[in-house]
Ligand binder design. Structure first.
Ligand SMILES: Nc1ncnc2c1ncn2[C@@H]1O[C@H](COP(=O)(O)OP(=O)(O)O)[C@@H](O)[C@H]1O
Ligand SMILES: [Mg+2]
Length: 363
């Protein structure tokens, strides 16, 4: 296994998983917006990037290095291709984990054409020696190629043509500051709002030749966890259902029923998310309860609950992580249609919430 691998455990393919899996990659190529005008949402990023690229074009220069940060499925790879298209430049695609040795990077860098876009996905997972080589390449368009080994090794400087590095990362915080500082422009991608996701769904439906009404698109958007990749995947599953069970037209009812079959609820929670929430509410009165106890209750590994289920539940304001354990928010009770116990004090993070059970279930 790659020592830089730190991806969250994925015990099974999730229909609401944000990483590309299964047939995603093949379909995604067809659904990718081709230029900035087609790219939906992320207004700030689009505006800023438009200026950066326009200015470079006017100067007849290569654009500054660009860092794209954000959760999986928000459009980083898509934007890198758009940058190449807007600059009318070729693009070379590689990733941090694919570059094991500095020599691998030297080979790529020295074969770049002038103005080429080098897309380095998962840039936070590059090895240290490669990273250090990249510093010089980004700043001075130069690499030192080491020839020989041991005390007799010599560094031969090699000039590179000017190029634009586009780095993508889900963890901007993990990038060493010297690397981060060498990017002229950093774009942070946010989760998409429901209106934007609706537009993503309608656009993709058009490209896939799926007939959909606005309410159907809204229904899929609402279950997509703020993530275009998930929206596109849910659309494909709904399309299957509409084709097999109905007349092919995606309405609100068809979308809701289809996604019910796949156990994705109205808010985008899947079976695991709901199991965690349900255990927290029904078995532990809303908490606080320790992570390990909660994991045992749903029959999953601790890491699975923590890294696969919880981030979205926290982001949705359904669950809070407190020093004394996991606590459900009022929204969690409402979402599962349950009534919180009378004594419940102010949640989240309230120390008295569920304190009667502390001795039994706390950790
Ligand atoms: N702003 C957007 N507008 C339309 N489609 C988008 C947008 N962002 C992402 N997508 C779609 O979502 C899918 C995943 O995008 P991708 O760029 O691969 O995400 P990332 O590289 O950040 O994981 C692609 O099929 C792409 O077409
Ligand atoms: Mg990507």
């Amino acid at each position: 296994m790659n020592p830089y691998d730190e991806t969250a455990p994925a015990p099974e393919e999730r229909i609401v998983g944000a990483a590309a899996e299964g047939d995603d990659q093949a379909v995604e190529a067809a659904l990718r917006p081709k230029d900035l005008g087609e790219f939906i949402g992320q207004e700030k990023v689009r505006q800023q990037l438009d200026l950066v690229l326009r200015a470079a074009r006017q100067r007849g220069a290569t654009a500054d290095h660009v860092l794209l940060s954000g959760a999986p499925g928000l459009g980083k790879t898509t934007l890198s291709m758009i940058i190449a298209a807007e600059m009318n430049a070729p693009i070379r695609i590689t990733s941090g984990p694919a570059i094991q040795h500095a020599g691998d990077l030297a080979a790529i860098l020295s074969s770049l054409q002038e103005g080429e876009i080098l897309f380095l996905d998962e840039i936070h997972r590059m090895s240290r020696p490669a990273e250090e080589m990249l510093y010089m390449a980004m700043e001075d368009f130069r690499v030192d190629v080491i020839v020989g080994k041991g005390p007799g090794a010599t560094a031969i400087p090699l000039d590179l043509p000017p190029f634009t590095l586009v780095g993508a990362t889900t963890r901007a915080g993990l990038l060493p500051p010297p690397l981060r500082d060498r990017f002229g422009f950093t774009a942070h991608m946010e989760f998409y709002g429901p209106r934007e996701l609706e537009r993503v769904v309608v656009r993709s439906a058009g490209l896939l030749d799926v007939e959909i009404d606005p309410a159907g698109a809204a229904e899929i958007a609402g279950r997509s966890r703020g993530t275009p990749r998930i929206a596109n995947r849910l659309l494909r599953r709904v399309r299957d259902y509409a084709q097999v069970k109905a007349d092919g037209v995606v309405t609100r009812e068809i979308a809701a029923t289809a996604l019910g079959v796949y156990e994705v609820d109205g808010r985008g929670l899947d079976r695991l998310d709901r199991a965690v929430l349900e255990a927290l509410l029904k078995l532990f009165g809303g908490g606080p309860v320790g992570l390990s106890t909660l994991a045992v209750a749903v029959g999953e590994e601790r890491e699975t609950v923590e890294e696969v289920a919880e981030p979205f539940l926290v982001r949705e304001g359904l669950l809070a992580r407190t020093p004394r354990g996991r606590v459900a928010t009022p929204a969690a009770w409402a979402h599962l249609g349950l009534v919180p116990p009378q004594v419940a004090g102010p949640v989240p993070g309230a120390d008295q919430a569920g304190s009667g059970q502390q001795g039994l279930f706390g950790s």
